[in-house]
Design a protein around this ligand. Structure first.
Ligand SMILES: Cc1ncc(C[n+]2csc(CCOP(=O)(O)OP(=O)(O)O)c2C)c(N)n1
Ligand SMILES: [Mg+2]
Length: 463
């Protein structure tokens, strides 16, 4: 039997015609078989395919392969140019002068904190740090467009999101020093901040894991928004780098977010590198934005050096994310990673110094906004000097305070999983106490709250 007649036998050409279902004695049998075969085009003359996997696809006689390389690249949205001149005549800044100055202050604060902490690591006072140089506008501009109730998931280069949402200099320093006031009680690496009060999940080093978490949280928020119509609706916001978008988690998350239509804004920071891997080695498509279209998600590419474009795009993305009960949106924020990947990296081993110097000269979110403020006559050289010197002092005060503070009691190593310590944990703690007491020179734990005695409270707790 030929394949053709075989397939005809399975689907039955008559059954494909809707009119054959209208009457006749075999209606029921026919309808059942029709449902099974509904994935096949109805008539020979139909103009559109009715395959369930490609609705609205028109038939064509010309065999045109899609050749993405021949298409124009997705454009990059911006409001002002690198000289701080507003280009979009429709743009009206929705910020009062004071609010605009606060965004600028936060960008400068972030960049000074980065410089000081990078140096502190080099002096051996911190174990690790990651700077945001060149990406300050993305973090601060986008966070300024969110609502405090929105649930945020970050990667690790979004210190500005924390700053803009109200994480204080003390909060940063306590985490970097893993002291007793650190929200994570010293259990995480530096820069892995988290804040329950500010609705920002704690950062995970494992790339891209936050993306499906955000899709899941957005699904929960979709249901919650429906169940609580009188409370302001919330969205989930997820930040990640273009390198993280090479992980399977990115694809799974965007696909489920699209099929479940959840209120999520995915913000990709495309800074040109995943540690030493340039984007040219990461993908051949048109950046990350082209993938949004593949998942049926509203997508925009934005100039990340333009804080007003970032803010406006995020405001609009948030509005769309809440439309019709929820839908995901992807924004690709374009930038250049000016700094090394982290304090463990020397980027001049894999890129030319001149490339970095070129970018520094060419464009920068902070200088661009400064030019805009100067154009409005609300900023000057004197104000700049004053701001930088006062921020430097504030940061160093918080730094000194955090450095002097004791580390969390060592009993915290055993806490946070079980309500009460298990017998096994108590055995471990007893053994630990014994070792620490016998070898005080090798294990000096006096800088932890309670020293060796910090374990006593745990050992006295009932299992
Ligand atoms: C699952 C996993 N694979 C690899 C790494 C190592 N790693 C840490 S950061 C990084 C690069 C990520 O680049 P990108 O997402 O573009 O962020 P960027 O550092 O540029 O801000 C890699 C490969 C990791 N942390 N987790
Ligand atoms: Mg990157």
């Amino acid at each position: 039997m030929s394949l053709r007649s075989g397939s005809r036998r399975v689907c039955g050409s008559k059954l494909l015609r809707p009119q054959s279902l209208a009457n006749g004695s075999s209606n029921l049998r026919a309808a059942t078989r029709w449902q099974r075969c509904q994935g096949v085009a109805t008539t020979a003359n139909a103009e559109r395919v009715l395959f369930p996997g490609a609705l609205n696809s028109e038939f064509t006689n010309s065999m045109d392969f899609l050749r993405p390389s021949t298409k124009k690249a997705i454009p990059t949205y911006r409001v002002m140019d690198q000289y701080g001149e507003v280009l979009d005549p429709a743009y009206k800044c929705d910020l009062e002068d004071e609010e605009a100055l606060k965004l600028y202050r936060n960008m400068v604060c972030l960049s000074i904190m980065d410089l000081l902490m990078f140096e502190a690591q080099r002096q051996g006072r911190l174990s690790f740090y990651m700077v945001s140089a060149g990406e300050e506008g993305i973090a601060i501009g986008s966070a300024s467009a969110l609502s405090p109730g929105d649930v945020v998931f970050c990667q690790y280069r979004e210190t500005g999101v924390y700053l803009q949402r109200g994480f204080t200099l003390d909060d940063f320093m306590n985490q970097l020093y893993a002291n007793a006031k650190d929200h994570g009680l010293g259990r995480n690496m530096p820069v892995h901040y988290g804040s329950k009060e500010l609705n920002i999940h704690t950062i995970s080093s494992t790339l891209a894991t936050q993306i499906p978490h955000a899709a899941g949280a957005a699904y929960a928020l979709k249901l919650q928004n429906q169940q609580l119509p009188d409370t302001p609706p919330r969205i989930a916001v997820c930040y990640f780098g273009e390198g993280a978008a090479s992980e399977g988690d990115f694809h799974a998350a965007l696909n489920i977010a699209a099929t479940r239509q959840v209120p999520a804004v995915f913000i990709c920071r495309n800074n040109g590198y995943a540690i030493s891997t340039p984007t040219s080695d990461q993908y051949r498509g048109d950046g990350i934005a082209s993938r949004g279209a593949g998942y049926g998600i509203d997508t925009l590419r934005v100039d990340g050096n333009d804080i007003f474009a970032v803010r406006r795009a995020t405001q609009e993305a948030r509005r769309r994310a809440l439309e019709d009960g929820g839908r995901p949106v992807l924004i690709e924020m374009m930038a250049y990673r000016v700094g090394h990947h982290s304090t463990s990296d020397d980027s001049f081993a894999y890129r030319q110094r001149v490339e970095v110097e070129d970018w520094k000269r060419r464009d920068n979110p902070i200088t661009r906004m400064r030019k805009w403020l100067e154009g409005k006559s609300i900023w000057s050289e004197d104000k700049e000097r004053e701001l930088r010197s006062s921020l430097r002092k504030e940061i160093l005060v918080a730094f000194d305070k955090a450095e002097k503070m004791k580390k969390p009691a060592i009993s915290n190593m055993f806490k946070g999983v079980y309500e009460n310590p298990t017998e096994e944990q108590k055995d471990h703690a007893t053994e630990l106490k014994d070792i620490l007491t016998r070898y005080p020179k090798e294990y000096d734990v006096d800088h932890h709250e309670g020293g060796v005695g910090g374990l006593d409270e745990l050992l006295e707790t009932k299992s």
